[in-house]
Design a binder for this molecule. Structure first.
Ligand code: A2P
Length: 279
C-alpha cells in the first residue's frame, strides 16, 4: 500500500466502528496499523481491548523454534502487548531466512519440510489465553490438527476465500460441526490485481443479481455481498483504502436478506477461486 494510506484507512475504519482488523507481517504495513490503533487509544476513542487484531505467521516461520520470536517481532512492529488472533497464514512452509518468497535459480519456490502439527504445538505453548486458529486450511488439514494426539487447543476459526462466487458450502458445514468460525477473505471479490488474482472469473460486484437485490434495499452490490456472508455466519474482512467505501461497507446492519434472496445468491456460486495461491 502507498505509504500512509493504511494508517489513514485504519483510523477511518476505527472511527466508523470497525473493531476487527485483519493484518499480517507479509502485508508490510503492520507498523501503520499499530500506529493507527495507538493514535485512537491516545485520543480516547477506543481501548486496546476493544480491538480484535488478527496477525499471521508467514510461511518462512513455521519451524517450531521460530514461532515465538516471529510473534514477538510482530508485536514490536504493532506496538501491542498481544494479538487477539494469530493464524498460520498458509498450511505449507517456505525455507526459513530473509527471503520472504525464497526461490531457486529456476524461479521455483523453495519449500521447507515442517510438521504442521509441530507448528501448532509450538504456538499452543506460547499463548496463555490462546485463540488457536488456522488459515487456508482444507478439511484434511483441519482434521489433522483436530485428531492430533494431546491436542490442547483446537482451531476456532479458519480464514479462507469466501463470497457469493465461492461459497465454500462443504467446508462451511464441516467447520460448523466443529465450532470453527469461517473468516471470509476477498468478500468483495478482490481488487482484481492480475499479479495475484485469477481474473478469468467475472467481477463479483458487477453481478446482476447482487445489483438487483441491492436496488430493492437501496444498497450497493458490495453491501449485499457482505450482508449475504454475515447472514450465513461467515465473518467478513472487506478491504478498502477509500474512506467513503470503508463507511459504505459498514452500513450492512440496517437491512436483511430474505431466505429466497439468500438462496438466489447462494446459487451464484461458481466454485472458482479468485485467489488461487498456486504456490
Ligand atoms: P478500494 O480500496 O479502492 O475501495 P476484497 O475485500 O474482496 O479484497 O476487495 C477489495 C477491493 O474492493 C479493493 O480493490 C477495494 O478498492 C474494492 N472495494 C472495497 N469496498 C468497495 C465497495 N464498497 N464498492 C466497490 N469496491 C470496493
Amino acid at each position: 500500500t502507498p505509504k500512509g494510506s493504511c494508517l489513514e484507512s485504519v483510523k477511518v475504519a476505527i472511527d466508523t466502528g470497525y473493531r476487527h482488523i485483519d493484518g499480517a507481517f507479509v502485508y508490510f504495513n503492520e507498523h501503520e496499523v499499530g500506529q493507527a490503533i495507538q493514535e485512537k487509544i491516545a485520543e480516547g476513542r477506543i481501548k486496546r481491548e476493544d480491538i480484535f487484531y488478527c496477525g499471521k505467521l508467514w510461511n518462512t516461520c513455521h519451524p517450531p523454534e521460530l514461532v515465538r520470536p516471529t510473534l514477538e517481532k510482530t508485536l514490536k512492529i504493532l506496538q501491542l502487548d498481544y494479538v487477539d488472533l494469530y493464524i498460520i497464514e498458509l498450511p505449507m512452509a517456505f525455507k526459513p531466512g530473509d527471503a520472504i518468497y525464497p526461490r531457486d535459480e529456476n524461479g521455483k519456490f523453495i519449500y521447507h519440510e515442517t510438521d504442521l502439527c509441530a507448528t501448532w504445538e509450538a504456538w499452543q505453548s506460547l499463548l496463555e489465553d490462546p485463540i488457536s486458529t488456522a488459515s487456508n486450511f482444507n478439511r484434511r488439514q483441519l482434521e489433522m490438527i483436530l485428531n492430533k494426539p494431546g491436542l490442547k487447543y483446537k482451531p476456532v476459526s479458519n480464514q479462507v476465500e469466501c463470497h457469493p462466487y465461492f461459497t465454500q458450502p462443504k467446508l462451511l458445514e464441516f467447520c460448523r460441526q466443529h465450532d470453527i468460525v469461517i473468516v471470509g477473505y476477498s468478500p468483495l471479490g478482490t481488487s482484481r490485481d492480475e499479479t495475484w488474482v485469477n481474473v478469468s472469473s467475472p467481477p463479483l460486484l458487477k453481478d446482476p443479481v447482487l445489483n438487483a437485490i441491492g436496488k430493492k434495499y437501496n444498497k450497493t452490490a458490495a453491501q449485499v455481498a457482505l450482508r449475504f456472508s454475515i447472514q450465513r455466519g461467515v465473518v467478513v474482512i472487506p478491504k478498502s483504502f477509500n474512506p467513503q467505501r470503508i463507511r459504505e461497507n459498514f452500513q450492512i446492519f440496517d437491512f436483511s436478506l430474505t431466505e429466497k434472496e439468500m438462496k438466489e445468491i447462494e446459487a451464484l456460486n461458481k466454485n472458482v477461486r479468485y485467489v488461487e495461491l498456486l504456490m
